[in-house]
Write a new protein. Sequence first.
Length: 314
Amino acid sequence: MIASPESTKSASGKPAQAAPRPEWLKPDELARLNSIELRARGVVEGFLQGLHRSPFIGYSVEFSSHRRYGPGDDLRHVNWKLFARQRKLYVKEFDAETNLNLYLFVDASRSMQCKIDGAMTKHEYAATLAAAFASLAIKQRDAVGLGLFDDGVKQYLEPSAKPGRWEDCLSLLSTTPQSKVTALSKSLEQAAALARHRGVVVILSDLVDDDVEGIKKGLQQLRHRGHEVIVFHLLDPFERHLADSGRYRVLDMEGPDELTTNMESIRADYLNKINQWCNQLDDACLYQGVDRIELTTDQPPTAALVDYLVKRST
């Protein structure tokens, strides 16, 4: 959707080869890449600095299998669930685990270009989170794969922990959404086929698709392959809550529909319907043992990192 007070504000195959290296990008694409890189670095560095400032205290017998986090400790051994609950950072003491395969699938459809009350478009927010997740995973020596989808997965990088993987991800994430339509069920099915080795699959999307049953089936295929699946549902604050009043022009970013209306006349019905939609998505995800984490683009991305790490540690 795109909405504006008598102007315009914004709501709501086969994979191609990997994106080119950053130095080959056009000037506008390079600018987007640099912006994503700066935001992602800020998210990760701020997150890690926040952890280092945590008030560590001695641990009791209750935490006998943990020790306090220290500089240089492997982040994959941190008990993130315990940190989220008590805001105290401890490291699990056990043998090193096998490295993880992290698959990131980012919605690149036109509806992700929405920017009304958020600090950035949904696509920019998703790209920032994806880059931050990739950076954190690479710091933990995990392999990272990345795909962009709209009416199918259009571009895909196979999982790798090689040097330069983060730069590869940044290059791909700098792509501007082109397709108007979203086909989540098809995209999830293709994601399941591409994610061949068991790991964690992270979906970053506004989930604009009426086919909730299709979404459920796509998630089922991912779970059937043994993946842990986390869905980050991204919305502009305006999409989630709507304005209290005012006359707005509303455009469908993935279709031809357009109307001009007073918010007072539609707000109650709109909020009821979007709540029903989110409940349906919750049911579809919970049915498959998948977590749906709802975020609006005015929220600090660091919160999403905490949620991701908590879910990964459970």
